[in-house]
Write a protein that binds this ligand. Structure first.
Ligand code: ATP
Length: 239
């Protein structure tokens, strides 16, 4: 039992719930390692949403509101950490939610979908096809989901799919605490912030931000600025 007044209560609770999710098969063991990398970068950024990340979260809201077919691509870590927050974002914006896994089995796909559904998320279902040119299983997606989305929100994953989606002309928002990752560097809009801080911030911003033209808005975003801002914040804390 972790005492509520423990200085690292939140972080320890997250670890506890991810470990339980790994034991149940919802999260892969590799996903635990990916979480550790995220924690390290969160430590460096001060475990808080920076002003620059808050700007990115407002921009993300504008992009989602501007998209005709926005899809949130959810993996095991993302579902285990933030099912309620995903449900709230979907309720506010109508964003479609599709499960996409690197360590994919039929059983795990169903387990992640069931977990999301139990938390009030409407999950897209259907027959997946290899519509994203990747040799591994994350290339598989639904024709009526990621396959035809104009905007894809990705979180906590490695960079090759982001690169492939960008080459396909899609707008990609990436939630990733590592400003050096390929995902963050290749996304239209990188959000260098922790997932469970980011999603409520985007949902809230959807109540105040306005829709515009998706591709005009996307073209105006300076991806490099958000990466540089995050690196500067980290350097300042190290000084
Ligand atoms: P790339 O190919 O993009 O360089 P990578 O090898 O770092 O990616 P993974 O090991 O799959 O990719 O890690 C997933 C990413 O998710 C890591 O960069 C990590 O910093 C980030 N991450 C992990 N947990 C969280 C979280 N809770 N919130 C935001 N980002 C997270």
């Amino acid at each position: 039992m972790i005492p509520r007044n423990h200085p690292r209560y939140r972080s320890l609770k997250m670890r506890e719930s991810l470990a339980a999710a790994a034991r149940s098969g919802l999260v892969s063991f590799e996903g635990l390692a990916a979480h550790g990398r995220g924690e390290a970068f969160d430590y460096l950024i001060g475990e808080r949403t920076t002003a620059s990340a808050a700007d990115a979260e407002r921009l993300a809201a504008q992009l989602i509101l501007s998209a005709v077919r926005p899809v949130f691509s959810v993996n095991g870590n993302c579902a285990a950490l933030a099912a309620d927050e995903i449900a709230a974002l979907q309720k506010r914006t109508g964003v479609a939610v599709e499960v996409n896994l690197f360590h994919r089995t039929g059983e795990r796909m169903q387990q992640v979908a069931d977990h999301l559904t139990a938390h009030g998320v409407e999950v897209l279902t259907g027959e997946c096809e290899r519509l994203v040119p990747l040799e591994h299983d994350r290339g598989l997606c639904l024709p009526e989901g990621i396959g035809s989305a104009d905007l894809i929100l990705v979180a906590l994953e490695d960079g090759d799919r982001c690169e492939a989606l960008r080459k396909m002309g899609r707008v990609v928002i990436a939630i990733d605490l590592n400003p050096l990752s390929r995902t963050a560097r290749l996304a239209t809009l990188p959000i260098i912030d922790e997932l469970t801080r980011t999603l409520p911030a985007i949902t809230e911003a959807c109540g105040t931000e306005m829709a515009g033209d998706l591709h005009t808005l996307a073209a105006s975003i300076d991806n490099q600025k958000f990466l540089a801002d995050a690196l500067r914040e980290m350097r300042e804390r190290l000084a």
